[in-house]
Design a protein around this ligand. Structure first.
Ligand SMILES: [Zn+2]
Length: 392
């Protein structure tokens, strides 16, 4: 741009801000042209990366702060935001303030990134991770720190069935660093109607292997630890001690009570899920966090035949899908400490009517596990002969 055209802009101030394409900007940077690059995005957006050499000043602070940062008003200023909209507003402000050669970057930073142009980052995430998790990082409730928390979290999923499948997939997609999977069963063709982590070609293979492979295809960075064994009173504590939280995706009451008791003894949250035909239940059992445990509500494991199993009465496949996703959601909120969880509440869903209810679930001082005078002082195993219900 020659001196004359710059003068003509200054002589006839106009509200229109010139736009520059991302390709043109890159060419000018590569040619070493002198210009100021002004990034007006918020910090959580900058955390996902920025263009090298940028000066940072949020849109709201431009009027008070820009003259401090850019003293020479004759040098071209290229302003960018996320998509090239807010930068037009910022451009108008700069022109009002007497900056002579102001551009707004068309398509903004996201356009620059989409074209694969060089991005700088100060973060502890790789550039691939910054893109993969950018929609989390943009949320003020999560941000870069929250994503790092998820990447350092360890979640155990008990059961790779109807509840565990969607839970595992969403937790893997969310970037949970370590996901443990415990299940001693093999994939049966009747499972595929709802256990979406497995494929037809997996029939006959161990569920933990099939689930691990699907997770690794979705997010190869997740560390998947498999336990191709039954959860028992002998292995439960040593396994649970390795994790921050447990998703109970089991399909029988003895295991649900075992998970509850082991979570109590290791002091970690139990994200409980249950399904029956068209109904789903959900809660968070975590006495250390102030909520009840399963035994506060149901002191004893129900005897066999009181509650029929899915294989006897059927289950709509979508129902464990919904509840499993809710379990993943509760897990993420608990790990990040955001929002309100179902701690102290019991949630039910009727998929046929879409009626949902949330009941208060309080700690029971007479609870045999977490009450004042507990009878259960160590892990016990409810006899499967007495009360197992099994959908398989
Ligand atoms: Zn209790």
């Amino acid at each position: 741009m020659d001196q004359n055209s710059q003068r003509s802009v200054a002589d006839k101030p106009s509200n229109t801000v010139k736009e520059i394409s991302i390709h043109e900007l890159r060419k000018r940077i590569q040619n070493g042209e002198r210009l100021f690059l002004l990034d007006i995005r918020e910090k959580r957006e900058i955390d996902t990366g920025y263009i090298k050499g940028a000066i940072f000043l949020e849109l709201e602070k431009i009027r008070e702060g820009v003259e401090e940062k850019i003293k020479e008003k004759d040098v071209p200023v290229v302003i960018y935001c996320g998509f090239g909209i807010k930068s037009l507003d910022a451009g108008r402000i700069l022109k009002e303030m007497g900056y002579k050669d102001v551009y707004s970057l068309r398509e903004g930073f996201e356009g620059w990134r989409a074209h694969g142009y060089e991005i700088e980052s100060d973060s502890r995430l790789s550039s691939e991770e910054l893109i993969r998790y950018s929609r989390h990082i943009l949320l003020k409730e999560i941000g870069l720190e929250g994503q790092l928390k998820l990447l350092n979290s360890r979640v155990l999923i008990v059961g790779c069935g109807g509840l565990g499948s969607p839970s595992a997939l969403y937790l893997a997609a969310a970037g949970i660093g370590t996901i443990g999977l415990i299940d001693n069963d093999c994939v049966d063709i009747s499972n595929l109607q709802r256990q979406i982590i497995h494929r037809t070609e997996d029939v006959g293979k161990p569920k933990v292997e099939s689930a691990k492979r699907t997770i690794e295809m979705l997010n190869p960075k997740v560390n998947v630890v498999t336990y191709n064994e039954r959860l028992t009173k002998d292995n439960v504590l040593s396994i649970f001690r390795e994790y921050d939280l447990v998703i109970d995706g089991s399909d029988n009451f003895p295991t649900k009570f075992l998970v509850n008791d082991a979570c109590f003894f290791t002091g970690i949250p139990d994200v409980f899920g249950g399904v029956f035909q068209f109904e789903g239940q959900l809660s968070v059992f975590y006495p250390r966090g102030g909520g009840p445990c399963l035994r506060c509500l149901f002191p004893l494991c129900p005897p066999r035949n009181v509650v029929p199993s899915c294989s006897e009465v059927g289950i709509l496949g979508v129902v464990p899908g919904l509840i499993g996703i809710f379990q993943a959601l509760e897990a993420i909120k608990l790990l990040l400490g955001i929002g309100e969880t179902l701690l102290g509440k019991f949630f039910t869903l009727d998929a046929l009517t879409m009626n949902v209810s949330t009941y208060k679930a309080q700690r029971n001082p007479a609870c045999p596990l977490c009450g004042k005078n507990p009878e259960i002082r160590e892990i016990i195993e409810e006899s499967p002969q007495v009360c197992e219900i099994n959908e398989r």
